[in-house]
Design a protein around this ligand. Sequence first.
Ligand SMILES: *Cc1c(COP(=O)(O)O)cnc(C)c1O
Length: 383
Amino acid sequence: MDISKFNQFVRDIYGTDKFIPLHEPRFLGNEKKYVLDTIESTFVSSVGAFVTDFEEKIQAFTGSKRAVATVNGTAALHVALLMAGVQREDIVITQALTFVATCNALSYIGAEPLFIDVSLKTLGLCPKAFDEYLEEHAFIDDLGVCRHKNSNKRISAVVPMHTFGHPVELDELLEVSEKWHLILVEDAAESLGSYYKNQHTGTLSLVSALSFNGNKVITTGGGGMVLCQEEALGAKTKHITTTAKIPHPYEFYHDENGFNYRMPNLNAALGCAQMENLTGFLEKKRHLARQYQEFFKDADTTFVVEPENCRSNYWLNAIICADKTHRDNVLEGTNKGQVMTRPIWTLMTKLPMYENALQDHLGNSKWLEERVVNIPSSVPLDA
Ligand SMILES: *Cc1c(COP(=O)(O)O)cnc(C)c1O
């Protein structure tokens, strides 16, 4: 890979000599108008029509039974795990190669992560490694509960993450989950606009989470969404994210311990405007990915493409370098040239909170950790 040629290639795409960030938001439509509307109407906070409107737009776009907006993606995932029945002391299976929010959410409940390797095809949870670990370390008790052999702890759920928007192998993962009586919860934070066999990611599990953080495909400043595939579960999710208040014109009555996780109307206004451009953003992101794919065709660097039978949003484009030294050279040369690139996350098992967590060999995770680099992925502007 010729680094100066790459830097120039990226500069030509974005048409600038200035610093090129990894992923910046685009506000090209009604963003100012809708946000101003919340200020002029005074409805900036927990009451206002944009929240419902935004929920309905996401619901329709993803084909969900119900979508519930939250303050951020971590909160959405926290609630999704609660709705899936995850409890204190449970073991929850996930990837070591993920953003820390996945683990934060299950830690809030008092559950403990078990890290399983990822697949090289998807960069997400590997169904084979998942089943192999359970075959060796788990059993199903007389009540049909999956338990860890050493600790006898309940293993209740599995949380695969669609890395950089590339869908995991959901059919296979769902099959293994069923075999071991586990509930699957998709961390779809990065995959708005990504499809697995024509179904929107996040809708193949009963409940899942999206994020609208500033660096995601679309943003609400900070925000998230719980996707529910059952009406009753959707109503329960709405209730618990809005302080579990029983609706009444003036009385305060709360029937359980709830959360103040509702998305403010101010943020939802931004989201409604962003949704009007989502399809256009996705087309441009896919076009950008094709340009990168062409650029890296013959290079010693592999461009990560969408898995088979999937349509990826290409949230963050990624390359796989030959080895760690090569990766370090790429990071150095691009960032020095004011073209922002970044290594993939440090494995969760290297963070102090999860150093002693349960884990399998993590072979592919370790291999990818040393080689993957994210390259500029903002929606290119029209020339
Ligand atoms: C962005 C993200 C989240 C949610 O993050 P928030 O900043 O809380 O919205 C969760 N999981 C993954 C993998 C993410 O990338």
